[in-house]
Design a protein around this ligand. Structure first.
Ligand SMILES: C[S@@+](CC[C@H](N)C(=O)[O-])C[C@H]1O[C@@H](n2cnc3c(N)ncnc32)[C@H](O)[C@@H]1O
Ligand SMILES: *[C@@H]1O[C@H](CO)[C@@H](O)[C@H](O)[C@H]1NC(C)=O
Ligand SMILES: *[C@@H]1O[C@H](CO)[C@@H](O)[C@H](O)[C@H]1NC(C)=O
Ligand SMILES: *[C@@H]1O[C@H](CO)[C@@H](O)[C@H](O)[C@H]1NC(C)=O
Length: 417
């Protein structure tokens, strides 16, 4: 079994494992997350060697580990799919009401063709919703293999180690997850990735760097950094829904088809049949990472504080893509980034808008952010706001809609000095 190592660890406390190790022992020698992944890869490699005698190919031990500090709330996945189902049903009901009006209309005659088209729309959508719900339920929103990492190797995690914050479940919504699959793992999202992720990659000029990608979403940027820049990458993401879908692609290496535009608003449509567009994921033949390393931690970015304590980590880079504006208090994010980076030469690469989330307490403008970042000790090497907007989900929205949302991201590179 290729993945016996992680399945063996999952659902068990690390203390009951013969391979339990202390988190702290390694912190001094290695930055925390890389201590984890180094040990994991060594552990996994050894395990495969002892269980099968040989490890037949790198693919057998190169599965992306999904690291958790505490048991994820798996019931959430089911709840999210049920909510999605309910929303879709409501949408079909609304369409049926429209159809009723057409059928009982007294004002106009000869509406057979349009009535037929609306009926057809309902039938097609109903089928598509069933297909998508099925793939969510069977593939994307299912519990994944986890690897427990507990501070001090404690058998159970004390809940006050991770002070509870107001949990935001908006990114667990299947609509969000599907949108991020399009952005990260389909041909339709390629143009967006070229404009955002390629730029981030271009800032990494050496192989083997240790990089953290907070708010990693579906993990493509982290994956590209590992695969193309041969970096040791830790993706970090708080949404269990995102992580579950990312695990389907990166850990279980599943593929599938979805209809990402099926439940878009019935407004601003150019051509009604564009709604049924089906996309294939992933857009790559294999997701193996050959020379770099990727693991994916499911945790709140700020919970790393509890893991690090007062210790400074030594990461070479933190890459934030459409993440900074998710902060409730951006000062906490910046402090965290500063603490994670090598104090001398650690690099922060950022791309994304300043569309501060609803709960954001400090809604800085780009120029204010510039002052702040400089003030806390970064040297700003590069700074600019795009003039051309970039769409979020797929690059053809303008074709499908008479209105579209897009962002002019702020891009910067700042180095601790
Ligand atoms: C706008 S999305 C961007 C995702 C990805 N970086 C991309 O560009 O496609 C922001 C992501 O950050 C995650 N996120 C928000 N707050 C977070 C936090 N405090 N810790 C970890 N992840 C967080 C969300 O769950 C979501 O997946
Ligand atoms: C690990 O990857 C292999 C293919 O490379 C896949 O067959 C297997 O299911 C994966 N393991 C897990 C736990 O998903
Ligand atoms: C609408 O889109 C479909 C599918 O792309 C295409 O076959 C059809 O010709 C389009 N209709 C119009 C009026 O452009
Ligand atoms: C911080 O580092 C010191 C020395 O390396 C170690 O003893 C301590 O346990 C670490 N604290 C945390 C919270 O990791």
């Amino acid at each position: 079994m290729a993945t016996a190592s992680s399945s063996k660890l999952s659902q068990n406390s690390i203390a009951s494992q013969p391979h339990a190790w202390s988190f702290h022992d390694n912190v001094a020698a290695l930055p925390f997350s890389f201590a984890i992944i180094c040990l994991l890869s060594v552990f996994t490699l050894l395990y495969n060697k002892t269980s099968t005698g040989v490890y037949s190919s790198s693919a057998r031990w190169n599965n992306v580990s999904f690291i958790v500090f505490q048991e994820p709330d798996w019931t959430l996945l089911h709840k999210c799919v049920e909510q999605y189902r309910t929303q879709n049903l409501r949408l079909l009901q609304t369409l049926s009401q429209g159809l009723d009006i057409l059928l009982h209309n007294q004002e106009l005659t000869n509406l057979d063709r349009i009535t037929c088209r609306v009926q057809n729309r309902i039938d097609r959508l109903s089928k598509i919703f069933d297909q998508d719900q099925d793939i969510l339920q069977r593939q994307l929103f299912v519990p994944f293999d986890t690897t427990y990492v507990l501070p001090d190797g404690e058998p159970t995690i004390s809940t006050n180690a991770f002070p509870s914050r107001a949990v935001d479940h908006s990114y667990d919504d299947p609509h969000q997850v599907v949108a991020h699959i399009v952005r990260d793992w389909t041909a339709e999202g390629k143009q967006i990735r070229r404009q955002l992720y390629d730029w981030c990659l271009s800032k990494i000029d050496k192989p083997g760097l240790r990089i953290l990608v907070p708010g990693a979403g579906m993990g493509r940027l982290a994956w590209e950094l590992a695969r193309n820049k041969h970096a040791w990458v830790e993706a970090l993401e708080s949404s269990v829904g995102m992580a579950a879908a990312a695990a389907s692609i990166l850990q279980r290496k599943q593929s599938g088809m979805i209809h990402p535009f099926s439940s878009d608003q019935f407004s601003n449509e150019v051509n009604s049949s564009h709604r049924y567009l089906r996309v294939q994921y992933p857009d790559v033949d294999d997701v193996e990472i050959f020379e770099g390393h990727l693991s994916y931690t499911v945790a709140d970015f700020l919970s790393l504080n509890s893991v690090l304590g007062n210790n400074q980590s030594q990461l070479d880079a933190v890459v934030t893509c459409f993440f900074l504006d998710t902060a409730t208090n951006v000062l906490e994010y910046i402090a965290m980034i500063t603490k994670l980076l090598k104090p001398k030469g650690g690099m922060w690469v950022n791309v994304g808008p300043l569309q501060w989330h609803q709960k954001s307490l400090i809604r800085l403008s780009a120029d204010e952010l510039y002052s702040l970042i400089e003030e806390v000790g970064f040297k700003i090497m590069e700074w600019g706001v795009d003039v051309a907007p970039i769409e979020y989900r797929s690059s053809d929205k303008l074709v499908r809609s008479t209105h579209y949302d897009a962002y002019c991201p702020l891009r910067f590179v700042a180095v601790l000095d």
